[in-house]
Design a protein. Sequence first.
Length: 634
Amino acid sequence: DDPWSYIGYWGDHQIIYLLKFLEFYNKYNPEELKSLFDKNNFVYANVPYRIKSYEEIVSNPKDTIDFDHTSDESIRDKVSELGADGALLGSKSNGIYHVNFLEKILATVLAKVSNFIPEGGIWMNTQRPEWNDANNALVGNGVSMVTLYYLRRFLKFFEPLLKDVNLSEIAVSKELSNLFDEIVAVLDANKTILNGKVSDIDRKRITDGLGGAGSEYRNKVYDEGFSGEKNVLKLDRIEAFIQLALEYLEHSIRANKRKDNLYHAYNLMSVDGDGITISYLNEMLEGQVAVLSSKYLSSRESLDVLNALRNSALYRKDQNSYILYPNKQLPGFLEKNNIPEELVKKSDLLQKLLAENDLRILSEDINGDCHFNGNFKNSRDLKNALDELKSTKYAPLVEKEEPLVLDIFEKVFDHKSFTGRSGTFFAYEGLGSIYWHMVSKLHLAATEICVQAKKEGLEDEIMDQLISHFTEIGEGIGIHKDPGLYGAFPTDPYSHTPQHRGAQQPGMTGQVKEDILVRFRQLGVNISDGILNFDPFLLEKNEFLSEGKNMELISLNQESYELSVPEKSLSFTFCQVPILYTLSDKNYIEVTFNDGSSKNMETLKLDAETSNNLFQRTGIVKQINVSLRNDGLR
């Protein structure tokens, strides 16, 4: 019933999937992307969710959003009258408020940075879990290093683009310009913390400054809308901000390296007086995938992570693959809700309630062990019970010891570390469970690392180890498995494989996307500066046919035809044009055209015109024959 339910999807998705689109766009047509920077072709959605003020978020980080029913009704009326445009934000001066591409990118980045907690990550305080709802209980006290890793890659992508664009300044909304100035001021004023470990007091001061700036911006737009006024923002100031933000993000990445060479994924924050403390959860596969994808680590450091991952509790030998979270023995019922005697003795209130057999807060069993009221679901229930006691003879003790009793409750249950089903289930992306989409993300990250290592010209020993990890991760994915081991048809995509069963939940998950991206890169397809080139160094010779076969194809005109693929060859299509690889004694390309002509190239790189005709599916290119040197493949 809620047409807004998809808004505010998980923070890491917002950053990394937008970035992947932009990276592809830039590879195919770099000038087109840069031409968008100052074009006012972009808008804001008028979403009736209202994120609360920073002070309210700190007070209760698990209850941070209100739904504006009046605004919702107004938007629905406008949609009925205008169509989808009625759900867009206006300004005081005109109907639909338009801004440029860089403003939208800045808005995205500043929203994340305003929730940055040094050495912790990006604060998950908007009542949304991260990559999926397996970690739903982390909302509020959870801090995402995963989003931070991806934000680092996001900023590094824009760094060279801003230097190369033919602009010196852009006009951005006055409100966003003010937010930008405040964020930069906070980061600039606290740069000295980057020289070492951050104190809890410094961490809170910076978090307060960033969070307060974000809160002020939101409330201004919520209450008054955009004024329509624009401020000029110099591009060199945006470049300087990116440099500064990267220093903070990379400082946090270094601080989140574990002793076992893995990296933290999600952390926990606690506001403690004038400070913010950070505590850590168990290792998670998602954190390793994100840090490997961040492009911060060197190829050697990435190899350290991949080696550590293989030797960690996340590796499942039986499936030759990786689980999301380490398996563990969950405590039984009788092990829960036991208050240690020394904690009871700390509280005069708890001792008095026991002595007088008042069962509203706790009780004592026949063995003399103490337990909190079994009806309490969380600390809010306990607080409500304490509030009720304030109208009784226990009032003075409640006033004196309420924080202590709440602290004892948290020590007993450790609710802050409760992640949701990822720490309690043994299926559905839970304990001991392989989530195949994440394994495919790991495979894609390993692919990118191998490509980067080859570009750097690393020695064969390092290169061979990286390629070995790439191969092993791929072999562990379902499509390469025996049906008995996989527990399903290997060519069908499934969500997850728990410890005790075969593959579960069939469906076209996001895994398929990553697998396709990996496969094309394994085949050597690479686009750079709008030009297609072939570099199949990850391809194995055993993939080439031992005997000739015919391949059935569909042309751009939707007509069926067959292609003869000879021995020692393989074929695939790209933009619906067949690419034929053949083993040879030298590298070269022959392009045949539909008008009967052809073009030969003594390289594995097409020219710009042919590449563009291929990408645009003009029908001019008929086939591309690629001869590959035998010694260039594994």
